[in-house]
Design a binder for this molecule. Structure first.
Ligand code: ATP
Ligand code: MG
Length: 564
């Protein structure tokens, strides 16, 4: 079992409640001291950051306790599931840094076994074929305060149910005409126990079993038994399944499973501000074209975050820092962004990029001369070395870095003022050229050769500007991404309103930037810090001579201040 290191220096202060339970179970030699978890996605969409939390938790616990973690696809609903989703899920788990080794399982692997189990329950008088429609079943379930009504088919002879179930499987009946139900208690205060449906008829092709089956197990029937069949010791799941636990226990009791029963433990799902996380809503955003696809860099999907430039290490650290809670809560997206900046600051190469260029001409620099200046690749990690940056007479700097009429304490460039050009020289602004509308088109400067970076010089300045050489710069498309929603809780809307009303109309702004020429040879996914600006990564849409960069995050980190 491999588990990537988190580079997480935070000392582990105490065990969380899951770790405590597992530690106690091992001490009591439950399941022979084994720890075996699983991550059980339904392949009906792309994974999101909430799933990442669950992946880190399940694989993390297994690794921490020398156990194993399975990847299991809960593929019981053929009409919504596709191979495309299976493939993307595997890619995402791997990218996060986890390895399920040879343990890639599918609930559909157990269809035969589940059928056998169901026959066993029918023979025991604990399950029956019911011929009510879905609507009739719904209407007869009652409410938590009002007991449900028993099905007229509830007490039909075991032989009759066995025969009908067999014929359901053989395809003799149309969709929706019959179901298999557990015979539990229509008066139970727990709605889950009111004779839940175990099988439904669905003449649909399954992405793995093809046309072998026309009855499919319900999630609740398949899930607990799959855990049991795989020898899962700790079934970690989200809080909404707490009320399902008595049902899962009932199934195992009636199947007469005495030993090696999975222990279900619930924790609060991850909720993140400024986004939505339900697959149904994310699918809606994709289908309605609010985003460019499941992996749009604004999506909270793992593939979206990857394309945005987030690192697997930062997601693992985030999952670790949010911890596990027993109650629903909302995590601020700023905390996630903080983890990403922290990692990118440590790992990303620096580069210079000018977004709103204005020409800067060094009048006393020799025409045609080009110097290759050394820039540090990453001051946080000096071993990464240096890069060469061409310097020449005509440069571009950011328009914002020059003001004709500066306020006090403006440490950038203004007429008569001096600044350092990063990795290069100190310059002084002598005069400017303007167009007919009064906009500055050229800033003319003098440079001081003795102030070359790395050389001793008495001249001191307060400001340092980034720049690119006009002749050498390469132009790139840049996609500036912002949060997808304008409010922290987009799902919090008035009756009759919809979360879409909070979509941020400016979540994507497409612009261009001039980059230092070393960036001509980059590959998709490569991440950079554009100095004084933010973190960027190369988009897969990039082509030779047609680069596309995504803004991952700006440099500003408001969370760092709050959390210190
Ligand atoms: P959604 O509600 O977004 O449609 P789901 O829970 O139905 O997602 P599954 O594919 O069933 O999606 O989820 C696989 C696993 O991921 C489950 O064990 C589930 O508990 C866990 N999971 C899903 N969402 C979150 C979340 N927000 N936080 C933590 N774990 C989650
Ligand atoms: Mg689910």
């Amino acid at each position: 079992m491999t588990n990537p290191s988190n580079n997480n220096t935070e000392p582990k202060t105490s065990l969380n409640f899951l770790e405590q339970i597992i530690t106690n179970d091992i001490a009591e030699n439950k399941a022979g001291g084994r720890v075996h978890t699983r991550f059980p996605p339904e392949p009906n969409g792309y994974l999101h950051i909430g799933h990442a939390k669950s992946i880190c938790l399940n694989f993390g616990l297994a690794s921490q306790f020398n156990g194993k973690c399975n990847l299991r696809f809960d593929d019981t609903n053929p009409t919504k599931e596709e191979q495309e989703y299976v493939d993307s899920i595997k890619e995402d788990v791997r990218w996060l840094g986890f390895d399920w080794e040879e343990r890639e399982f599918y609930a559909s692997d157990y269809f035969d076994k589940l059928y056998e189990f169901a026959v066993f329950l029918i023979k025991k008088g604990k399950a029956y074929v019911c011929e009510m429609t879905a609507e009739e079943i719904g209407a007869s379930r009652g409410t938590p305060a009002v007991p449900g009504k028993e099905s007229p088919w509830r007490d039909r002879p075991v032989e009759e149910s066995l025969d009908l179930f067999d014929r359901m499987r053989k395809g003799e009946f149309p969709d929706g005409s019959k179901v298999l139900r557990a015979k539990i208690d229509m008066g139970s205060p727990n709605m889950q126990m009111r004779d839940p449906v175990m099988y439904r008829i669905l003449h649909a092709r399954h992405h793995r079993t093809g046309d072998n089956w026309c009855i499919y197990p319900m999630y609740d029937w398949a899930h607990g038994q799959s855990d049991y069949l795989e020898g899962i010791t700790h079934s970690v799941c989200t809080l909404e399944f707490e009320v399902h636990r008595p049902l899962y226990d009932w199934f195992l009791d009636e199947l007469e499973v005495k030993n090696d029963r999975p222990r279900q433990i619930e924790f609060a799902r991850l909720n993140l501000s400024y986004t939505v996380m339900s697959k149904r809503k994310l699918l809606g955003l994709v289908q309605e074209g609010h985003v460019a696809g499941w992996n749009d860099p604004r999506m909270p999907t793992i593939s979206g975050l990857r394309r945005r430039g987030y690192t697997p290490a930062s997601l693992r650290v985030f999952a670790d820092r949010v911890g596990v809670a027993k109650r629903e809560n909302m995590i601020e997206v700023g905390m996630l962004e903080h983890c990403v900046r922290e990692d990118l600051n440590r790992t990303s190469a620096r580069a210079m990029a000018v977004f709103n260029p204005v020409k800067l001409i060094i009048d006393n620099y020799p025409d045609g001369q080009v110097e290759e200046l050394k820039g540090i690749l990453n001051p946080e990690n000096p071993e990464t070395g240096t890069r060469l940056i061409p310097f020449s007479k005509t440069l571009y700097i950011e328009k914002d870095d020059f003001l004709e009429d500066p306020p006090k304490k403006f440490f950038r460039l203004f007429p008569g003022g001096e600044v350092r050009l990063k990795y290069a020289y100190i310059i002084r602004c002598d005069h400017v050229v303007k167009d007919e509308r009064g906009a500055v088109t050229e800033i003319h400067c003098t440079y001081f050769p003795e102030t070359k970076s790395g050389m001793q010089s008495d001249k001191k300045v307060k400001g340092t500007l980034h720049w690119v050489s006009a002749e050498h710069a390469i132009k790139s498309e840049v996609r500036l991404y912002d949060r997808l929603f304008t409010v922290p809780e987009p799902e919090d809307v008035e009756e009759g309103e919809d979360f879409r009303k909070h979509l941020n109309p400016d979540s994507l702004v497409v612009t261009t930037a001039l980059l230092e020429p070393a960036l001509a040879d980059v590959w998709p996914g490569q991440r950079f810090q554009f100095e004084r600006n933010g973190y960027y990564c190369v988009d897969p849409d990039s082509r030779q001579n047609a680069l596309v960069f995504n803004r991952t995050l700006s440099l500003r980190d408001s969370w760092a201040k709050i959390s210190r």
